[in-house]
Design a protein around this ligand. Structure first.
Ligand code: XIL
Length: 409
């Protein structure tokens, strides 16, 4: 019942007491006429005074000792500025809707911050939590960027999806490949423990390891695999779990959204890890897609992972367009965004749907995929694109829990 008005409170307030009428005059004699006139005037004055008081209350004005009308302290909360519904308003409560966030955008651009705060209920730090950025030299941590993002999320009632404890491109240069296995294990363990402990209770999920598999599904040939052997993956999950037992721990990769050879291999890896008692809670599907492709049987693919008992998440969705951008390409892009959302909504184990940046003004795509761009759901001027319209439309089609037609909208 919190926040609800009780029936009693909702009843209309009783009418204001009316001034008692003067006693009825029995005999309209001439002598009594002046007295009646006085009474009539008095009655009119009383009624006028009551009306004025009523109006004053209705308009929130009260008289002060100085006889000057002043605005009263409002007793009714001011109406909130109405804005069109956002993704976070329509997404089912079991699914977080997130975006990767760019630190520079956050500190510089008010429009960016406004959309990030209102449209999404989760944030993934795009780069701020990568190892090389957090620990540029041994034991010297620069938390400012990550702290800023976590603080922003908390102010806007958003969850933080931590990305990533180990990636393939963001290991600091000072990590020396010549070190012994014991030394390497110690720096990796210290890093995982330091970062997860710092944000214990404030990060709801972590990408513990990112892109652990190669294109063909074999374990990626990294320093860690070579020196520590395949057991390093399970060890990382155990260290992270020890540092924050409440955080959900994910393994995240690309090229696994549809039924691919790599997805088959990831499925087996997760099965083995779970069998060995490794605390893997979820699998992240990056979903960096091209406008003219379609992942094969994404729903079936997500479902087979869910059958292992893990959550699944769309973690980095964007749909890059081969430039130049045209209206027709935007429409196909929108259809693909919709398809990925449909897949997530079709699988109860899907706990979040995250885009890799929301505006074409700040997407990583042009820098990393030459010839491509316009991959996001808002254009560079922060205007919603057909992709955003399609996502909203898809969310409006969700039947309401009462079965009384489409949900909120
Ligand atoms: C990208 C960022 O978006 C860029 O800003 C950065 O320069 C390189 O990394 N998969 C991932 C992300 O897991 O960490 C990558 O992010 C995009 C691909």
């Amino acid at each position: 019942m919190t926040g609800r008005v009780s029936m009693q409170e909702r009843e209309p307030t009783p009418p204001a007491p009316v001034a008692p009428l003067p006693p009825a005059v029995a005999s309209p004699t001439a002598a009594r006429r002046p007295r009646r006139a006085v009474l009539a005037v008095a009655l009119v004055l009383v009624v006028v005074a009551l009306l004025a008081t009523g109006l004053a209350v209705a308009y929130g004005i009260e008289r002060t000792s100085g006889d000057r009308a002043q605005p009263a302290v409002p007793t009714v909360p001011a109406p909130t500025v109405s804005r069109p519904p956002a993704l976070r308003d329509l997404m089912p409560p079991t699914v977080r809707v997130g975006s990767a966030a760019d630190g520079r955008g956050m500190s510089l651009d008010a429009g960016y911050r406004e959309l990030l705060g209102s449209e999404f209920d989760a944030i993934t730090p795009e780069n701020a939590m990568k190892w090389a950025n957090l620990e540029p030299s041994p034991d010297v941590y620069t938390w400012a960027g990550a702290d800023q993002l976590v603080g922003f999320a908390e102010q806007h009632d958003q969850s933080v999806y931590g990305h990533t404890l180990l990636g393939r491109t963001d290991v600091p240069r000072w990590v020396d490949p010549q070190w012994s296995a014991d030394q390497l294990r110690a720096v990796l363990r210290d890093h995982v423990t330091a970062v997860v402990s710092r944000y214990r209770g404030r990060v709801w999920a972590w990408d513990v390891i990112n892109e652990a598999l190669d294109e063909d599904g074999s374990l990626r040939d990294t320093l860690w695999l070579r020196k520590l052997g395949p057991g390093y993956i399970g060890e990382m999950f155990r260290w992270a779990h020890a540092a924050d037992p409440g955080a959900r721990l994910f393994i995240n990769d690309y090229g696994v959204e549809g039924r691919t050879r790599k997805a088959d291999a990831l499925l087996e890896l997760v099965r083995e890890l779970r069998r060995a008692g490794v605390p893997v809670d979820g699998v992240g599907f990056q979903s960096h897609l091209r406008w003219d492709e379609r992942p094969r049987d994404m729903v079936g693919n997500l479902r087979r992972f869910a059958k292992l008992g893990v959550s699944v998440a769309i973690t980095e969705l964007d749909v890059r367009i081969a430039l130049p951008e045209t209206a027709a390409k935007r429409e196909r892009q929108a259809a693909l965004y919709r398809q990925v959302l449909q897949a997530c909504l079709a699988v109860p184990a899907c706990v979040s749907f995250t885009v890799w940046g929301f505006t074409d003004a700040r997407s990583w795509i042009p820098g990393y995929h030459p010839g491509y761009g316009a991959a996001c759901i808002f254009d560079a001027a922060l205007v919603p694109k057909p992709a955003h319209v399609a996502l909203m439309d898809q969310l409006r089609r969700i039947p309401s829990p009462t079965g009384a037609g489409p949900g909120p909208g």
